[in-house]
Structures are given as C-alpha cells and as structure tokens.
Ligand binder design. Structure first.
Ligand code: AMP
Ligand code: MN
Ligand code: MN
Ligand code: MN
Length: 272
C-alpha cells in the first residue's frame, strides 16, 4: 500500500493549495493520506477533500517543547470539530503571531529592519512560520540561499529561534488524545539529539500518552530505519510513515511504501 501521514499544504508552509496537494497525492497513488499542516487544521475545510479517492485521516503537526527543545508531534485521526482541540490550535496561532513579532525584533537588533511587517503582508491570514522569514532574508539579500537563512538566523540556537511560546509536549499529546486522535512523534532524528537524550524523549512521550513514532521521513537509510523500528519496539510505539512533503522537486515526494513499518504494528491499522 502507498500511504502518507505527514505532508504540508499552503495552509502552513507548503507550496501547494490543499486541492493541488490532493491532486498530486492522487497522482502518486496515495491510498491513505493525512495533511499535517503546522498547528493548523484549515486544509480540512477545503471542498476538494470530499472527492479524494483514497482514505483521508485528519492530521496536524503541533509545535511544542520538551526540556526547552522545540519538538513536533503529529496528531492523526482526531475529530477536527473537537472544542478543546480547536481552542489549542487557536492558541498556537496566537503563539505564532507573538513569536513572529519577537523574531522581527530580534532581527531588527541585528540591523535587519521591517521583517515582521513584510512577512505579515505576504502571509495575510495564514499563520507565519520561520520559512516566511527565510524567504524574506533571501529576497532582501541577507543570505544566499534558503538553507543559509536557517544556518545564520533562524535555526536552533540562532537569534530567530524563538520558542518560549510553545506548549509542553504533554499538553500537545493530551489534546490530541482527548479529541480521539493518536499522538505520533515526528521525525525523531531531526532533533539532532544524542541516543540517550532521544530515549529520554521517547520515554516521556510514551508516558504522556504518545502511541506512535515516524520510522521514515524521506531519507533512504536502512540502518537508521532498523534503529527506528527498534526504538518503536523498545518504547511500545506503533510505526507511522510520512514524506513531510512541502513542495514539488525541492522536497521529498509524496507517498511512502507501507512496508517501511517492518514488523512493527502500523498506526494506520486503526483506520483500515
Ligand atoms: P516553524 O514551524 O515556524 O517553527 O518553522 C519550521 C519549518 O521550517 C519546518 O517545518 C521546515 O519546513 C522549515 N525548516 C526548518 N529548518 C529548516 C532548514 N534548516 N532548512 C530549510 N527549512 C527548514
Ligand atoms: Mn514545515
Ligand atoms: Mn516538523
Ligand atoms: Mn512537517
């Protein structure tokens, strides 16, 4: 089966509208799909969803904190009309706005003025993300490419890395669960933690009610894949897979082979 439980539309930092994303997923033969926009469920209001030939699973990717580190938890299968979940998402939008203003102030201190105003004008109603600032820094000639914007200004430990507004990881897990969803640890190897620290994270995540982990997010690395599956086994987590697709060509393509879950119970078993 071809599945994908992690991808982004233009409701967050993806390049494609929900309708265009669905058309591409259909083209790639994705049979089960979750759109997981950052701190948003807005894609699920798009009329195009009703016509998708595969199975749609409600999804979002929540920004949160664990030991002062910024962590992403994917929620799958929630009731998107759940009041507490909607309130949480509203809070995340407010946090993003406050954070965007703070990033603008931090950049201004480095002599880069007007970043927030410019980014806000382009984003309109859509929540602002660091990629918006990366595009701004690139357009204004402060960096030579998109990745450099993160290396110099926006990535972990850099001036634009403002994260104090995000909720605790346990609160993110709890709100997903009470809305009938399953909490999935997103891209565990992207946090660049030591193996010991990653095990502490997964232990705390499981203790908080987290039930699954992404064992594949685009990189073809068999060793890492086996390691991820072992971690699932060790912490009693189900396996999830997703491309984390953001844009055609310059990102990993939509669609993952369900076999990637190996012999670990797949999270999508719940919805078959
Ligand atoms: P935010 O949700 O506003 O914290 O922004 C995080 C998003 O920025 C991620 O989901 C990626 O899409 C993007 N991103 C993070 N780090 C990098 C990087 N080093 N290079 C390019 N994009 C990045
Ligand atoms: Mn993103
Ligand atoms: Mn992420
Ligand atoms: Mn993502």
């Amino acid at each position: 089966m071809i599945v994908d439980f992690h991808c982004h539309s233009s409701c967050s930092d993806g390049a494609l509208s929900p309708a265009a994303l669905l058309a591409r997923a259909k083209d790639k033969g994705v049979e089960m799909l979750a759109i997981t926009d950052h701190d948003s469920l807005a894609a699920y209001e798009d009329a195009a969803l009703a016509d998708y030939p595969g199975q749609m699973i409600t999804g979002t990717e929540l920004s949160c904190l664990w030991r002062k580190m910024s962590i992403h938890v994917v929620g799958l299968g929630m009731d998107r009309h759940n009041a507490a979940l909607q309130a949480f998402i509203d809070g995340q939008s407010e946090a993003r706005e406050a954070r965007a203003i703070a990033i603008g102030e931090r950049l201004a201190k480095r002599g880069i003025a007007g970043a927030y105003e410019e980014v806000k004008a382009l984003a309109g109603e859509r929540p602002i993300g660091r990629p918006d600032f990366a595009n701004f820094l690139l357009a204004e000639g402060h960096v030579n490419n998109f990745a450099q914007a993160f290396d110099k200004y926006l990535g972990a430990g850099k001036p634009g890395d403002v994260k104090q507004w995000w909720p605790d990881i346990a609160d993110a897990v709890a709100v997903i669960r009470q809305a009938g969803g399953v909490a999935v640890m997103a891209h565990p190897f992207e946090y660049k933690m030591t193996a010991t620290k990653l095990r502490s994270l997964l232990q705390d995540f499981a203790d908080a009610g987290g039930e699954a982990m992404e064992v594949y997010s685009g990189k073809r690395d068999p060793q890492r894949q086996q390691y991820a599956l072992r971690l699932c086994q060790q912490f009693g987590l189900q396996a999830s897979v997703g491309s984390d697709f953001h844009a055609p060509d310059r990102w990993r393509e939509l669609g993952c082979d369900s076999e990637l879950a190996g012999n670990i119970s797949p999270v999508w078993e719940r919805w078959l």
